[in-house]
Design a binder for this molecule. Structure first.
Ligand SMILES: *[C@@H]1O[C@H](CO)[C@@H](O)[C@H](O)[C@H]1NC(C)=O
Ligand SMILES: *[C@@H]1O[C@H](CO)[C@@H](O)[C@H](O)[C@H]1NC(C)=O
Ligand SMILES: *[C@@H]1O[C@H](CO)[C@@H](O)[C@H](O)[C@H]1NC(C)=O
Length: 307
């Protein structure tokens, strides 16, 4: 697990953020860059072979924002993929939080089903074309990020999109400040350098404050054995129950943050500017969620694409 963090610094921060259902570009690139740091050299080489778009430079960070761009762009039509970026729960945050796989993700048509779907398509054992595997990896790189954003696993007020708040003196909505504004503010602590932020979080995973907890992030069996789905190829099993197990565990983990963290303060302080006390409370959670997404993606790809 050699760090390849010395590579070119991508200054994607200037790319205008895509609103709607997704961590903003900065959050997605952070997740992609962390995962890139985690890849073995062998798997980094395979990733580079899979991506056919030269602007990605063979890397996960630049590829991570494609899925948002094609939701809206003309050309090859990907507008149908919009519902795959989230899961709308029918719970009641911040009073009670829960995910009901059948009710909240009908026919698997949500982020949980999408991760299972594109895992199958990326798996070379299934014989997909170069194009299929390329698109699958682009989607997965994006969805592994989105599934850690609390308001992507929240049905209340369209994941906070309809909840008006104030941030930095401006009217905004709760979803957007979680996707973008608070991430951008946090990256300000790293000289507005997304790569530096990703490297900081990678170090927290490898030898820092997440070292103990990161094992839990990839262990998605509820049994005591804590078997990771990634350990020995069981993700390759076709059984739907099996292939959605990890993303369902992650969605449930993310959803729980809506109770206690995301909504409680907002409900109690409807007039507060959230760039102050609220931001100070929640930015450690944002750090951890982005770290989870990046670490899971890196370990997942090492297992799926490695020998
Ligand atoms: C699975 O992938 C296919 C091919 O890209 C797509 O048509 C379908 O909508 C996807 N379904 C889900 C739930 O991701
Ligand atoms: C990290 O792991 C420790 C020990 O298992 C646990 O007590 C703690 O709650 C975890 N922290 C987080 C943020 O999950
Ligand atoms: C996968 O791991 C589990 C738990 O560690 C083990 O019981 C099982 O035999 C392994 N399967 C393969 C195919 O290695």
């Amino acid at each position: 697990m050699k760090s390849s963090s010395i590579f070119a610094l991508f200054a994607y921060i200037s790319i205008s953020a895509v609103k709607t259902h997704a961590w903003g570009n900065e959050g997605h690139i952070t997740v992609g860059n962390i995962a890139q740091n985690i890849l073995t050299p062998e798997v980094a080489g395979r990733v580079k072979q899979i991506f056919q778009d030269p602007s990605f430079n063979g890397k996960l960070g630049p590829a991570s924002i494609w899925a948002d761009e094609v939701k809206h762009k003309k050309g090859e039509y990907f507008g149908w993929s919009a519902p795959l970026h989230f899961l709308d729960t029918n719970d009641d945050p911040g009073k009670s939080c829960s995910v009901d796989k059948n009710k909240d993700c009908p026919d698997g048509n949500c982020i949980v089903g999408a991760i299972a779907n594109y895992t199958e398509q990326l798996n070379c054992a299934n014989g997909g074309s170069v194009k299929t595997r390329d698109v699958a990896l682009r989607f997965l790189t994006h969805f592994f990020g989105d599934i850690t954003q609390p308001l992507h696993v929240c049905g209340r007020e369209l994941g906070g999109n309809k909840h008006k708040i104030t941030f930095n003196g401006k009217t905004n909505n709760l979803h957007s400040i979680w996707d973008t504004e608070m991430v951008v503010k946090r990256i300000g602590d790293f000289g507005n350098d997304v790569q530096k932020y990703a490297d900081f979080l990678t170090n927290e995973i490898k030898t820092g404050s997440y070292e103990q907890n990161s094992t839990d992030w990839i262990a998605c069996d509820s049994t005591k054995r804590r078997r990771s789905l990634f350990d020995n190829g069981s993700l390759q099993r076709r059984a739907e129950a099996e292939s959605t197990r990890c993303p369902f565990v992650w969605a449930t983990d993310t959803n729980s943050i809506n109770c206690g963290v995301v909504w409680d303060y907002v409900d109690a302080n409807s007039d507060a500017d959230l760039s102050d006390e609220y931001y100070n409370q929640v930015h450690p959670i944002i750090d951890m969620q982005l770290a989870k997404g990046g670490y899971r993606l890196g370990v997942f790809l090492n297992n799926l694409l490695g020998d």
